[in-house]
Design a protein around this ligand. Structure first.
Ligand SMILES: Cc1ncc(COP(=O)(O)O)c(C=O)c1O
Length: 390
C-alpha cells in the first residue's frame, strides 16, 4: 500500500543528504571527539563544523551552541539550568510536556510557577506575561511554535519584557526550527532549544542556544564537554546530521521553500473545510508555522479518524505523539477554549520537506470521504442533523 506521511510534527524522515553526511561517522570516522590523536581530531572537526551550521541557523556564536540529546533535554536544561528553590517562573498553559512537567517538578522543589493562559487563537498575551512578573521572577519560558496547532507566539514582545525585567527568557523552538527563520537576537532570548528529529535530522540529538554570560548550572556531571555545560561524549554522527539539516534548512529559506509549504498546507486546509461541513482550523487567525493545520471535524472521534485514515495509507495525528492513546482531550486545544468534544474531534496534519502536491490531492480526496463515513456511524452527528432539520 502507498503510505503518505503527514505527521511531521511527531517526527520527520531523515533526508538522504543528512544520512549520507552521517554515514562515515558510523564507520571510518569513529574517534572520540575529545581524543587528541588523529581519530579524535577528525570527529572534533566534524562536531565544530556542525556547531557553526547551527549557529548560522539561529544567528548566534558557535560557542553559544550546546549539543544535547533532543528537545526534552534542551527544555530541561533551559529551565533547571537557571532556576532554583525560592525563584518564580512564568510559562504558558500550552507548552509541551517537556516544559510543563519540568515546571511541575519545579513546584515540588519550592519554585513558584505562573501559567499564562492563551486566547481562542492559541496566543499568549505579552501583557499577561508582564503582569505576572514578581520581584523573584528568574525565568520566562514560552514556546515559539506550538506542536499541535503550529501557532507562533509573540516572542519578540516577550523578549523585551524579559530584558526590561532582567529575567532569563527560554523558548522551546523545537517546532519552529527549520520551519521559520530564527534569530536569537531579534527574539531576545537567553536560551532556545531545538530537536534534530523535527527537522529531518535523526532522533536523539538536539541543540540549545545558551547566550554568552548566562549562569547555567549543568544537569549532567562528568567530562568537560560542551564547555562544561553538558557532560558526555558527543553523539558525533547525530551532531553531523543535525548540522547538515541546519544547512539544508537555511538554503531552503533562501529558495522560499517555507512559502511553498504554506501554500500546500493552505490548499489542503481550504479543500478540506469546503468538502467537510462543520469543520474548522484551530488557530486559523494566528500566525502559524507553514507546515501545520489542526482541523476539527465535529462529531468525529479523532482517534477513529486517525485509524481509518491509516488504513487508507495516510498518517496523521490527534495531537502530541506522546499523548496518543490517552483519553484526555488535548490540553492545548481545551485551554484555547474548545469544548472537550471538539478537541477530541481535531486532527493535526503536519507536512515535511518530502511531501508532494500529489499527496495533498490524495488527502483532499480521502479525508472528507472518511469523515462522511464515520459521521454516518456517529449518533452525535445524527442528533445534530435532526436538531438542524427541526
Ligand atoms: C514543542 C516540543 N517541545 C519538545 C519536544 C520534545 O523533543 P524531543 O522529542 O526531541 O525530546 C517536542 C516533541 O514532540 C515538541 O513538539
Amino acid at each position: 500500500m502507498r503510505r503518505i506521511y503527514f505527521d511531521n510534527n511527531a517526527t520527520t524522515p531523515m533526508l538522504p543528504e543528512v544520512r549520507a553526511a552521517m554515514e562515515p561517522y558510523f564507520a571510518e570516522h569513529f574517534g572520540n571527539a575529545s581524543s587528541i590523536h588523529h581519530h579524535g581530531q577528525e570527529t572534533r572537526f566534524a562536531v565544530e563544523k556542525a556547531r557553526d551550521s547551527l549557529a548560522k541557523l539561529l544567528g548566534c556564536r558557535a560557542s553559544e551552541i550546546v549539543f544535547t540529546s533532543g528537545g526534552t533535554e534542551g527544555d530541561n536544561l533551559g529551565i533547571f539550568g537557571v532556576v532554583q528553590a525560592g525563584d518564580h517562573v512564568i510559562t504558558s498553559t500550552i507548552e509541551h510536556h517537556a516544559v510543563l512537567f519540568s515546571c511541575q517538578r519545579l513546584q515540588e522543589i519550592g519554585v513558584a510557577v505562573s501559567y499564562i493562559p492563551v486566547n481562542g487563537q492559541g496566543l499568549v498575551d505579552p501583557e499577561d506575561v508582564k503582569r505576572a512578573l514578581r520581584p523573584n521572577t528568574k525565568l520566562i519560558s514560552v514556546m515559539m511554535a506550538n506542536n499541535e496547532t503550529g501557532v507562533l507566539q509573540p516572542l519578540e514582545e516577550i523578549g523585551k519584557i524579559a530584558a526590561e525585567a532582567d529575567v532569563y527568557f527560554h523558548t522551546d523552538a523545537v517546532q519552529a526550527a527549520g520551519k521559520v527563520p530564527i534569530e536569537v537576537n531579534r527574539i531576545g532570548c537567553d536560551l532556545l532549544s531545538i530537536s534534530g528529529h523535527k527537522m529531518h535530522a535523526p532522533q536523539g540529538v538536539g541543540a540549545t542556544y545558551v547566550k554568552k554570560g548566562t549562569q547555567l548550572q549543568p544537569m549532567l556531571y562528568g567530562g568537560r564537554h560542551e564547555r562544561q555545560r553538558r557532560a558526555g561524549t558527543e553523539n558525533v554522527a547525530g551532531i553531523v546530521g543535525l548540522g547538515k539539516a541546519a544547512e539544508i534548512a537555511l538554503h531552503a529559506f533562501e529558495r522560499g521553500d517555507d512559502l511553498k509549504m504554506a501554500t500546500m498546507r493552505d490548499q489542503l486546509q481550504i479543500a478540506l473545510l469546503s468538502a467537510a461541513e462543520a469543520s474548522g482550523v484551530n488557530g486559523a487567525a494566528a500566525p502559524r508555522v507553514p507546515n501545520t493545520a489542526n482541523i476539527y471535524f465535529d462529531s468525529i472521534e479523532g482517534e477513529a479518524l486517525v485509524i481509518a485514515l491509516d488504513l487508507k495509507g495516510l498518517a496523521v495525528s490527534t495531537g502530541a505523539a506522546c499523548s496518543s492513546g490517552a483519553t484526555e482531550p488535548s490540553h492545548v486545544l481545551t485551554t484555547m477554549g474548545l469544548s472537550p468534544e471538539r478537541a477530541r474531534a481535531s486532527i493535526r496534519f503536519s507536512l515535511g520537506k518530502q511531501n508532494t502536491e500529489e499527496e495533498i490531492d490524495f488527502a483532499i480526496c480521502a479525508v472528507p470521504q472518511t469523515v462522511a463515513r464515520l459521521r454516518d456511524l456517529s449518533p452525535l452527528w445524527k442528533k445534530k442533523l435532526l436538531a438542524t432539520s427541526c
